[in-house]
Design a protein around this ligand. Structure first.
Ligand SMILES: [Zn+2]
Length: 367
């Protein structure tokens, strides 16, 4: 194999110091700098989610990571490191060219890898504008499938929600600013959709016994957005029809939308994806000044509540699976624990947020 070199920065994972290094890609990835000599197997390389042209590569079992901005180097790494998965994020022209051939290649990808792996490869490549358009259409489809529950737009409640969303999003690395809508429903659930959209069904606010609990649910959905789980899952679920629509250049075709809408409601994410979203949520709520471990309790409550509703939409709607083991893992997450002085949301904001589904004139600062 021909070797390729570039320059980059190495971070040891302990300090914030950037060490200039030279990277050489051959049978293995060599990272060489002053007092640094690493030799990583290509099988152990893992790409972090970064904005092009930056690529950040870590190691599956060692600490430390290396960053570089060489698109050609990133492309070679992507083809020679099977575990890299999310490296197909080269910027500019490379990305554009990749995308323009992706539609044609998708058929080949399916033949070689099958739909799930093709979805994993394509998800990070969907251009934001296209994903936004797809997200809008999928949300309309989902709202329709849910029986068009009314939008909750009490201005005071909405303002409090917007503050919470901004606070959480500010601590997370999200591909786009999230757009959260609340709809009046007796189902306690929330779901993330492509294009940074999140639908909150109002009973989950009722079931939240604290601002931290609700914030953790929101942050969990944001965790799915950060990992690009919705678009990946919908590509998987709609499979060939999604890929066919790429070829036809119409992501809002009715076949795709019906499949995507149903998948958004019914299909679940993997255990691994849920656990990653939980970890992201706990960390985000902690950073925002709350206690992310509140996620465990609210998960248990909504699972119990939704289990009580036999049949119908509640059982169709994707629940938050693996609740017991997730709650255990969440409670075991190390953290400072909340001192009680710091708050994610003021008492007043939390009270107002809980009234987001009230008619405007019923909102008052009393009681
Ligand atoms: Zn989830």
């Amino acid at each position: 194999m021909e070797s390729l070199t570039t320059t980059g920065l190495y971070f040891d994972g302990l300090s914030a110091r950037a060490h200039p290094v030279r990277l050489r890609l051959g049978e293995r990835l060599e990272i060489v700098g002053e007092a640094i000599r690493l030799d990583w197997s290509l099988l152990d390389l893992r790409a972090a989610d970064t904005a092009p042209p930056l690529t950040r590569i870590g190691h599956a079992s060692a600490s430390g990571s290396v960053e570089f901005e060489d698109a050609a180097f990133a492309a070679h790494l992507a083809t020679s490191s099977p575990g890299l998965r999310r490296t197909e994020r080269e910027g500019g022209l490379v990305r554009l060219v990749l995308w323009s051939v992706a539609a044609g290649l998708s058929v080949v990808l399916i033949a070689i890898y099958g739909v799930p792996a093709a979805a994993d490869r394509l998800a990070p490549q969907v251009p934001p504008a296209m994903e936004a358009q797809f997200g809008r259409a999928v949300e309309a489809q989902v709202v329709d499938l849910l029986g068009t529950p009314p939008l909750c737009a009490n201005p005071v409640g909405r303002a409090a929600l917007d503050r919470l969303v901004a606070r959480l999003a500010g601590t997370m690395d999200l591909p786009v600013a999230p757009q959260v809508s609340v709809r009046r429903s007796t189902i306690a659930n929330a779901l993330a959709l492509p294009g940074g959209r999140v639908i909150v069904l109002s009973d989950i606010i009722e079931k939240s016994d604290s601002a931290d609990a609700f914030a953790a649910i929101l942050a969990h959905e944001f965790g799915h957005l950060a990992a690009r789980d919705p678009i990946r899952s919908l590509i998987r679920a709609s499979g060939t029809s999604f890929l066919l629509s790429l070829v036809l250049g119409d992501l809002t075709g009715s076949t795709v939308l019906v499949a995507a809408g149903q998948a958004a409601i019914a299909a679940g994410y993997s255990r691994e994806a849920e656990r990653a979203a939980d970890a992201a949520a706990v960390a985000a709520v902690d950073r925002a000044g709350g206690d992310g471990r509140a996620l465990a309790g609210i998960l248990e409550r909504i699972t119990a509540a939704n289990d009580e509703k036999p049949g119908g939409l509640a059982s169709l709607l994707r629940s938050h699976p693996y609740t017991a083991e997730r709650a255990t893992a969440i409670r075991a997450t190390p953290g400072a624990g909340k001192a009680g002085t710091d708050s994610l949301l003021s008492e007043g904001d939390w009270r107002n947020l809980r009234r987001v589904c009230d008619a405007e004139d019923r909102t008052s600062p009393s009681d």
